[in-house]
Design a protein around this ligand. Structure first.
Ligand code: HEC
Length: 129
């Protein structure tokens, strides 16, 4: 039994986007961040120098899917895109913590909390080029 029924015309519209190797990253509308989590402030916001450590953590844990510049390989999100950068620090932290395993984003709750915030600091630098 199929769970998801997509009208044929919509399939025609979506297929090229999916096949285009993430040039058109589409966010999962079902991956919603609880409001309370989105409001959390980054406790390291006043220590931008810690982003360097965030970069190391990113290289170790994230580059294999998101690419060296965060551009997103295969189906992984391009983390430089406005749809990603427009989200609050708390929202990104929550997504990194919980992941979206059904769509290939693992949970990183095993990393210490401050390391996850450090990664968020670094993600903010990806948009600046
Ligand atoms: C095994 C591959 C994989 C790894 C490793 C991975 N990601 Fe992801 N990530 C994904 C995929 C795939 C998505 C898109 C999920 C979706 O479509 O909902 C994603 C989505 C995201 C998003 C949400 C983008 C949005 O649209 O809001 C963030 C933020 C993110 N990843 C950060 C990270 C960080 C930081 C790391 C390392 C700590 C990491 N990811 C490691 C595959 C990965």
């Amino acid at each position: 039994m199929r769970q998801l029924r997509i009208p044929f015309w919509l399939g025609l519209l979506i297929a090229p986007m999916v096949l285009a190797q993430n040039l058109n990253y589409q966010q999962d509308p079902a991956w919603r961040v609880p409001a309370e989590a989105a409001e959390k402030k980054n406790p390291l916001a006043e220590q931008p120098e810690l982003a360097a450590g965030g970069k190391k953590l990113f290289t170790r844990n994230c580059v294999e899917c998101h690419g060296k510049s965060g551009e997103g390989l295969k189906k992984a999100a391009d983390l430089r895109l406005p749809v990603v950068q427009a989200q609050s620090d708390g929202a990104l932290f929550w997504k990194i913590t919980n992941g979206n395993p059904d769509r290939g984003m693992p949970s990183f709750s095993r990393l210490p909390e401050l390391q996850r915030w450090q990664i968020v600091l670094y993600l903010r630098q990806l948009s600046v080029k």
